[in-house]
Design a protein around this ligand. Sequence first.
Ligand SMILES: Cc1cc2nc3c(=O)[nH]c(=O)nc-3n(C[C@H](O)[C@H](O)[C@H](O)COP(=O)(O)OP(=O)(O)OC[C@H]3O[C@@H](n4cnc5c(N)ncnc54)[C@H](O)[C@@H]3O)c2cc1C
Length: 488
Amino acid sequence: MKPYKWDRETDVVVLGFGGAGVAAAVTAHDLGAEVLILEKAPEGHHGGNTRIAAQGYLNTSDADQAATYLEALCGPYKVPDEMIRTWAQEMCLNNDWVRELGGDPQEHQHQPEGIEYPELPGATCVHKFHDGPTYGYSFTWQRFESFVTERDIPVLYETPGRELIQDGETREILGVRAEKDGKSVLIKARRGVVLTCGGFENNQEMIRNYLPGVSHCYPSGTPYNEGDGIAMALSVGADLWHMNNFAGPSMALKVPEYPATFSIQALHFAKEYPGGMIIVGPDGRRFYDEKFKHRHGKVPINGVWSPMHVPTPMFMVFDQDMMSAAPLYNKNPNRGWTPIISQYDWSDDNSAELEKGWIKKGETIEELARIIGLDPAALAATVARWNTQVAAGEDADFGRKLMLSPLAKGPFYAMELSPSMINTQGGPRRNEEAKILRPDGRPIPRLYSAGELGSIFSYRYQGTGNIGECLAFGRIAGRNVAAETPLS
Ligand SMILES: Cc1cc2nc3c(=O)[nH]c(=O)nc-3n(C[C@H](O)[C@H](O)[C@H](O)COP(=O)(O)OP(=O)(O)OC[C@H]3O[C@@H](n4cnc5c(N)ncnc54)[C@H](O)[C@@H]3O)c2cc1C
């Protein structure tokens, strides 16, 4: 083995302090391993998507049903049987684990969309939990975080992993090159490394290369997930999987001043909202039922669940009634990076956002079209058609049932909408032992992963499945890395 001048050594290095990192680090620690967590974000911005998620995690009630359901969710995008079986068994143990560590699992009371694909076999295994009496507001994350902080598990903030150090002959992972204040830090991992550094939600080049149907897309969650784990794993010979699967797109406001998207009230499916509103694409025409209840960005097209069509630039066009009804931004802060971390204070009458240019205004539809760069005649025709259909009581084009109000009262407004997503599911391929695999199916020795970085979800997604998977595969990675024979 080539001699390295290590700056620090430990048994296990975990890259990323989110849900999967917690489960892996705590499990390895409790089995007697010395563990160090490296986190890219500064303290307070750590926790990844887990911190700002809706805070639900999946605990399945029956392993056989869970296996049936996951297999059905994956559909034609098959996942190996051993992975399905392992996932199904371990997902039933999430509550036990949280409880054993002092947590307080509570089943969601109001979950109208609890089972995301109730029509699939095995779906009744789904049970969504959070920690403590209140749902949202980072509470589940705070419990997970406490599992780390109450143990002797050091966390180095603002210390991103940059490179895995691999033995040239054995291909074993020996440690990590991280970066602190612009300087390299070499950390030896005597037992192994666990990659839990999230997906590529904030890496536009990877988004262009890997995600179907979007030329760009922005995170509603952490901006620190930039695909680093994918780059590091590729460099040591890992295979990738599920790179084209993501929980999106939805449509939201993205402005340069803030790193994550703003969710817009009127776009919440199944809710009425005052005023007239349509969404148009670059040709000035509507392209779908604006209030359709997609399933984490997927819609049925010819019997196949596909990412929603998002022709950019898209504009939400609305009237004075909507403008003066309430803040357009959903100020409910129980999830999302913008409300929980950025805490942007949207003005009650939307005037500050009009002033900033986030909302554009025109006295007529034609004037508005000119301001936002659309063909005035096309937009005017679309609005006229919408108003005629609303008067007749039927959206003959897309069958929209909610908010059937005309764009009647000027002035008129527009807000550019961007594709937004919750997370990506792709990353290095892992096996049932949470080991990262090479394209020939052999594990890269001493390299593990968990969480959304190479998630098991290959096609359809069950809400709360991601954090559930963080816990399940985090524990598996933690157990197996702790059992490795230490390097001398
Ligand atoms: C608004 C929203 C709501 C959601 N709601 C739910 C929900 O209720 N239930 C559910 O199951 N899922 C939900 N999800 C998805 C879920 O939050 C994530 O998939 C899951 O939390 C991912 O956990 P993780 O540990 O894999 O990654 P993360 O929690 O994202 O953690 C990754 C960590 O790695 C760090 N990192 C990145 N690069 C490096 C590097 N080079 N070195 C070191 N550290 C690095 C990041 O800063 C981050 O702290 C939601 C997501 C969003 C955005």
